[in-house]
Design a protein around this ligand. Structure first.
Ligand code: GRF
Length: 197
């Protein structure tokens, strides 16, 4: 049975685009919704161009009430009835109730070699630490921010003269490749670790 995938974004959605394009061929899943908390996120136009239904809800209209926003997002997701939720550059911290509801069905891409550098500014933190290696991770989402079970990692080297910007740009294609490979397995119920680079 083809799995239904919803993808949550906040920005340009290059990871979302890679996932959607990967599901357009022979694939155990298909994209049924792209949602954003940013109503003019560039990724929404990309999703529409790829023929994927979209929805958006501005989190700012809910003020500080994160739970109310997540409940509204959950209603939108339930209408699409996804089997899997992918967080692809979704820059919102999820409430425990939301995470609990989608536990075991929600995965996220994070631009670091977890468990190193949970949270933000991962590239600069790797540079500041003098690391010679960097990368990205796909993990199942749990209440532990960026701390859920790892499903795959891609490794790149940090080159002399690298900045956070050059590192992010070099890593992004590896994020796409890793997320696509992990989702294909995840949609088949496989959790064998994916290693790239
Ligand atoms: C990616 O670097 C991702 O790892 C991080 O935010 C960025 C999203 O990029 N969470 P895009 O919106 O998928 O292009």
């Amino acid at each position: 049975m083809t799995k239904r995938v919803a993808i949550l974004i906040s920005g340009g959605g290059s990871n979302m685009e890679a996932l959607v394009r990967s599901m357009q061929g022979d694939h155990p899943a298909r994209a049924v919704l792209v949602f954003s908390n940013v109503e003019d996120a560039g990724g929404l136009a990309k999703a529409q161009g790829l023929g994927v239904p979209t929805a958006a809800l501005d989190h700012r209209t809910f003020g500080a009430d994160r739970a109310a926003f997540d409940r509204a997002v959950n209603d939108i997701l339930e209408d699409a009835a996804p089997d899997i939720v992918c967080l692809a550059g979704y820059m919102r911290i999820l409430t425990p109730a939301f995470v609990e509801h989608w536990a075991g069905r929600m995965i996220n891409i994070h631009p670091s070699l977890l468990p190193k550098y949970k949270g933000l500014h991962t590239h600069q933190r790797a540079l500041d630490a003098g690391d010679t290696e960097h990368g990205c991770s796909v993990h199942e989402v749990t209440a532990d921010l960026d701390g859920g079970p790892l499903l795959g990692q891609a490794h790149i080297s940090i080159e002399p003269g690298d900045t956070a910007e050059t590192l992010a740009a070099r890593l992004l294609p590896f994020e796409h490749e890793l997320f696509v490979k992990v989702l294909r397995r995840y949609a088949k119920g496989e959790k064998a670790f994916v290693t790239l680079g």
